[in-house]
Design a protein around this ligand. Structure first.
Ligand code: GTP
Length: 342
């Protein structure tokens, strides 16, 4: 089975993590994010993945290369952003797509049963089947009401106020290639706006997935996805966590520091004595001085935090930034890559 992963968006909501590193390969629990998706797809029989890249395209290929495990990786790089539909059309134009394939948003951490989605797709004779996830808060998603047999009744973009269902588009589609005839080639197009609404009543089905589903495209959900992986749901082959539920990659120096609960310390980091790193993520080559406190935050590669600094919840510090001794970053701070904060 073949899958195309949409991996070319700018990832604006995850800035400044995505200013210089493309969202699909930012480290999650210490590994390039897409490796979790590719492992999950491989466990459902996918052996070929097409990565559709645009923004910082070379960055994706440089990290993932030509294979991940048994899965062969190919790249289709677009010269201008083509949205979510244009890239699929581009891959079709290059003769890369089989008659039936999967399309995925490149920011979905999940263990959806693709085999069960495929079974519904075949049973119903669908042209496109969407995986649907149930969420508590629908405001930031489009919702998809379906009939008892799975036929999609409407494809409603995100909106304020009451909605008819809490089932949302999970960004995991099974597509018959002939359905692409409804999109024009050579220009930007959106699957959600230009294709799916036109297929309502004409071969668009929804498969209600259970299990884990999270799109990691905001800082809150990136952190939540990290904590969930550390806790073992969704399952992964991450190294064992320590007694505080944390993952500390070697080589690191953390003697005398309090690491955890639920922290990820990437390789080549150092944390000084009596510093506290709680429910936070340090990418690689980060140094945190003695007595500093980091709470529910993400420090990108090469960040330096001075002695006694305090970084409050939901802060993102961009690559190579320097936080001076004793500095205080209030909750929700965003520090640009390379910035210096006294
Ligand atoms: P935000 O800017 O934070 O909304 O993130 P995003 O750019 O990733 O957009 P969004 O989450 O809506 O995109 C859904 C999926 O489509 C993601 O996996 C994106 O990488 C991908 N995507 C979005 N726009 C493009 C594009 O122009 N080209 C390609 N190849 N993929 C895209």
């Amino acid at each position: 089975m073949q899958a195309l992963i949409l991996a070319g968006g700018e990832g604006t909501r995850l800035r400044p993590l995505t200013t210089s590193v493309p969202k699909p390969v930012i480290p999650l629990a210490g590994r390039p994010f897409l490796t979790f998706m590719i492992d999950w797809l491989a466990s459902h029989g996918v052996d070929q993945v097409i990565l559709s890249c645009g923004f910082l395209a070379e960055g994706v290929e440089a990290v993932l290369g030509e294979r991940h495990g048994d899965v062969a990786l190919r790249y289709v790089n677009e010269r201008e952003p083509l949205g979510t539909g244009g890239p699929v059309k581009l891959a079709e134009g290059e003769g890369l797509l089989e008659d039936r394939f999967l399309v995925l948003n490149g920011d979905v951490l999940t263990d959806i049963d693709v085999g069960a989605e495929l079974a519904l797709h075949e049973r119903s004779g669908a042209r496109v089947t969407l995986a649907l996830a149930e969420v508590e808060e629908t405001a930031s998603y489009g919702v998809v009401p379906t009939a008892a047999d799975g036929q999609v009744e409407a494809f409603l973009e995100k909106q304020e106020g009451p909605v008819p269902t809490n089932r949302i588009n999970a960004g995991c589609y099974i597509v018959e290639r002939e359905a692409l005839s409804l999109i024009d080639a050579g220009r930007p197009a959106s699957l959600e706006r230009d294709l799916f609404p036109r297929l309502v009543g004409d071969g668009l089905y929804g498969y209600l997935a259970d299990g884990y589903w999270m799109d990691i495209g905001t800082p809150e959900r990136y952190l939540q996805g990290t904590w969930d992986l550390l806790a073992g749901d969704p399952p992964s082959d991450l190294p064992a966590r320590d007694e505080s539920g944390s993952l500390v990659y070697e080589p690191t120096i953390t003697a005398g520091a309090q690491i955890g609960p639920q922290a990820v310390i990437g390789p080549h980091c150092s944390v000084g004595s009596d510093a506290r790193i709680e429910r936070s993520v340090l990418h690689s080559d980060v140094s945190v001085g003695p007595d500093a406190v980091v709470l529910e935050s993400v420090l990108a590669t090469g960040v330096r935090v001075g002695q006694g600094a305090r970084i409050e919840a939901q802060t993102i510090v961009g690559q190579g930034a320097r936080i001076g001794p004793g500095a205080q970053l209030p909750p929700g701070s965003r520090i640009e890559p390379g910035a210096e904060v006294d």
